[in-house]
Design a protein around this ligand. Structure first.
Ligand code: ASP
Length: 470
């Protein structure tokens, strides 16, 4: 059995939904389908989820928002008409959507926002199920509450509860094609809560783990995951296979093909994930697996994310002071800050934080406390940092990767603010000034992927090491 999730661009209009349904019908193993809300039809279009958020915000503000509401209805009406859904189905879908959008009465602002946000996926799943039925398929819309997708009560940031898996495993026995809306679940008390943005990927992964799918197919609008952001390099190398670990590191530092949190359920249940293209379904896509089935590459991908800052602290004989690190990190904890990394020396330590979390007030309070309570020699915050990562399982076995990366950056005259190699040796991270980040990525890509001979020899490494085939 396969779980297939389709993202927003795959469902943006009737033509795309037809493609989705023909993909589903082409393989009888695709019995559990997860859908996002209709996304952008063209570059400057607005996703249905964003239309819904605009509606909910306005409605919460002054109880009106008729124009915003009609924008949502217009998208679904157009889709239903072009799919030629039966009149009865259209009326039912519209009535149910209307009920959610006008049901402000008993709900808190947070609950209302989540219910409205989720209506994009929910309505889309009903549309797809009706359309499949109109094609003669035995297809059913599944309500996540009835199916048992239980989540924590964190508005806009829910997490699955462990008991959900057992309940959801029953979906395996459903006859025909089950169409499940992504992006939300229900609390034990029965309230609707959404995952974080892009969270339909998470739903798909949870379902794939629950029904023990052979594969979790994640259909999007690119042929594969690329080794680098295609906006920076023309026709970058395609990644045929990547491990969960590599994907996790790349998503952390800016790869947005697959939601960061969505890997966890699939990883824990050891379900391979395949990223595929709705607009080119015969392309093999990118497989995300637990252990590489092929020889590992030195560098699989290069990613970059900005918006970091570094808190630098130095104190003579810091290494002998028991509890120094704990006290420092505790101050951050008390300010509600999550720390990203902390490269350290003998008498100094840097803590890398997300800039959006460190408000000027928090920064001032922390710096004062560090000076006063830890009696340090120096404390400073550097803003405007980007983290550039090179990621590859093969790094462990190959010598000189850091040297090559550092030389490439030096040749491009990029000053390194920090180097951090995690103990897993799957990645090396370089802190650079945000303004230099793109140049850094290009220099690193050219170093590891730019040389044709090397690219060819890396390609040779992609031949199977075992008898497993793609
Ligand atoms: N529609 C939701 C969003 O735009 C969830 C998703 O597409 O995965 O964030």
């Amino acid at each position: 059995m396969k779980v297939a999730k389709f993202g927003g661009t795959s469902l943006a209009n009737a033509a795309q939904i037809k493609k989705v349904c023909s993909i589903v019908r082409a393989d009888r193993e695709r019995r559990l389908i997860v859908v996002s809300a209709p996304g952008k039809r063209y570059k400057d279009d607005t996703k249905v989820t964003d239309l819904l958020i605009a509606y909910a915000e306005r409605h919460l503000l002054d109880g009106a928002a008729e124009a915003e509401k009609q924008a949502v209805f217009a998208r679904f009406r157009e889709i239903a008409a072009e799919l030629d859904l039966p009149g009865e189905a259209r009326e039912q879908i519209e009535a149910e959507l209307e009920e959610v959008l006008s049901n402000r009465k008993k709900l808190s602002a947070e609950r209302f926002m989540d219910a409205v946000k989720a209506a994009g996926e929910d309505t889309c799943a009903k549309v797809v199920a009706h359309y499949l039925r109109s094609l003669g398929e035995n297809a059913h819309y599944i309500n996540p509450g009835e199916a048992g997708l239980l989540v924590t009560d964190e508005a806009g940031n829910a997490h699955v509860l462990p008991e959900a898996y057992e309940k959801l495993s029953a979906l395996r026995e459903n006859p025909g094609i089950s169409v499940f809306p992504g992006f939300f679940g229900f609390t034990e008390a029965g309230d609707l809560v959404t995952f974080s943005r892009g969270g339909s990927d998470i739903t798909g992964s949870i379902l794939a783990a629950a029904v023990k799918a052979d594969v979790y197919e994640n259909f999007t609008d690119v042929d594969s995951v690329y080794a680098v952001n295609p906006n920076l390099i023309d026709h970058p190398a395609e990644i045929k296979e990547i491990t969960y670990r590599e994907m996790r590191e790349l998503s952390y530092s800016g790869f947005s093909v697959f939601h960061e949190e969505a890997l966890i359920p699939a990883y824990q249940a050891n379900i391979p994930v395949c990223i595929k293209n709705t607009n080119n379904p015969s392309a093999p896509g990118t497989m995300i697996v637990s252990e590489p089935r092929y020889s590992t590459k030195r560098v699989s991908g290069i990613a970059c994310d900005s918006g970091f800052c570094s808190l630098y602290v130095s104190k003579y004989l810091m290494n002998r002071e028991i509890g120094f690190g704990r006290k420092l990190l505790q101050m951050l904890e008390e300010e509600g800050l999550s720390y990203e990394h902390s490269p350290s020396g003998i008498d100094n330590i840097s803590v890398i934080l997300r800039e959006r979390d460190l408000t000027p007030e928090k920064e001032q309070r922390i710096v004062e406390r560090i000076r006063r309570e830890l009696r340090v020699d120096d404390v400073a915050v550097t803003h405007g940092l980007a983290l550039v990562m090179i990621v590859g399982e093969g790094m462990r076995q190959s010598v000189g990767t850091t040297a090559r990366a550092a030389s490439a950056l030096a040749a491009a005259k990029i000053n390194l603010e920090m180097i951090n190699q995690g103990s897993s040796e799957v990645s090396i991270m370089f802190g650079v000034k945000a303004v230099e980040a793109e140049r850094a990525v290009i220099a690193l890509y050219q170093e590891f992927f730019g040389n044709e001979e090397e690219a060819a020899s890396e390609q040779a490494l992609v031949s199977p090491v075992s008898s497993v085939t793609a």
